[in-house]
Design a protein around this ligand. Structure first.
Ligand code: ADP
Ligand code: MG
Length: 262
């Protein structure tokens, strides 16, 4: 089933560049904060159209890994390829890369002084130079897509947590990202709102949106994931197809973790 993803040969980076099909390839990423080694030679691929679910205990390095992919955090070693190009090599390209990667956080992080539509319109207007009218059309369209068509003029504090998170997803989609990163998008939500957010994410995955999702919602993983990656203490311990994973072929440490959360 899963190869040992941590055992990457030294010249693996070169052979990864330009490989077809892989939208994202993380190759042997290292990251330390001070003396603490947080990521230990982590490797992970996401193919175009694939949804990969990343699970693991709190503090295992999942958020740090996502932040490295989005170039919010520089990795100390290893390489990250996006569409075959090494994006860690030259950080001056970071803004251009980041525009192509949508990120959704646990706490929504909407601009409180802007309406739902204005939150969505901001980047298309500022970054892509769209007119207000064109950006508004996009916002209305996306609010329909995330199933809150009547909330364009609502401010974040007038929306439920589940609605706010769906505005955050729409805001990320407005830049037409090639990859979506979700960092525990439902863990701050009341149980009755989790489903509506996961449904939107699962729809996007089914439509072929390439996604890397940190979540412990195993129902979502079963429904939407092509691949499950288990991380522990900064290491990727297991990478398995969804069929293998839910078919019971899970290694001992991943099994122990699942037993605790399920
Ligand atoms: P997870 O998302 O799996 O819970 P994180 O990536 O948030 O894990 O954190 C992994 C480890 O890195 C934790 O021990 C955390 O305290 C530490 N860490 C994360 N960010 C920083 C930072 N900016 N400075 C120092 N330590 C950090
Ligand atoms: Mg985290």
């Amino acid at each position: 089933m899963s190869a040992d993803q941590t055992a990457v040969p030294p010249n693996a980076a070169a052979s990864h560049a330009g490989r077809e099909g892989k939208l994202l390839e993380i190759v042997g990423i290292d990251k330390s904060f001070g003396h603490l080694r947080i990521l230990k030679r982590c490797s992970l691929d996401v193919a175009r159209g694939e949804t990969v679910v990343l699970i693991g205990p709190s503090g295992s390095g999942k958020s740090t890994l996502l932040r490295c992919v989005n170039l919010l955090e520089p990795a100390d070693g290893g390489d990250i390829f996006f569409e075959g190009a090494n994006i860690t090599a030259d950080l001056k390209n970071a803004p251009r890369i980041r525009r192509q990667i949508g990120m959704v956080f646990q706490n929504f992080e909407l601009f409180q002084h802007l309406s739902a539509a204005e939150n969505i319109m901001l980047a298309p207007m500022k970054v892509l130079g769209l007119s207000r009218a064109d950006a508004h059309d996009i916002a209305v369209d996306l609010l329909g897509k995330v199933r809150i068509p009547d909330k364009a003029d609502a401010f974040p504090d007038e929306l439920s947590g589940g609605q706010q998170q769906r505005v955050a997803i729409a805001r990320a989609l407005a830049m037409k990202p090639k990859l979506m990163l979700y960092d525990e998008p439902t863990s701050a939500l009341d149980p009755e709102m989790i489903r509506e957010v996961l449904d939107v994410m699962a729809d996007l995955s089914a439509e072929g949106m390439t996604s890397l999702v940190v979540t412990h919602e195993m129902g979502f993983a079963r429904r939407a994931a092509d691949k499950i990656v288990f991380m522990e203490s900064g290491e990727i311990v297991e990478t398995a197809s969804s069929e293998a994973f839910f078919g019971g072929s899970v290694n001992e440490r991943a099994r122990h973790f699942l037993d605790q959360i399920l």
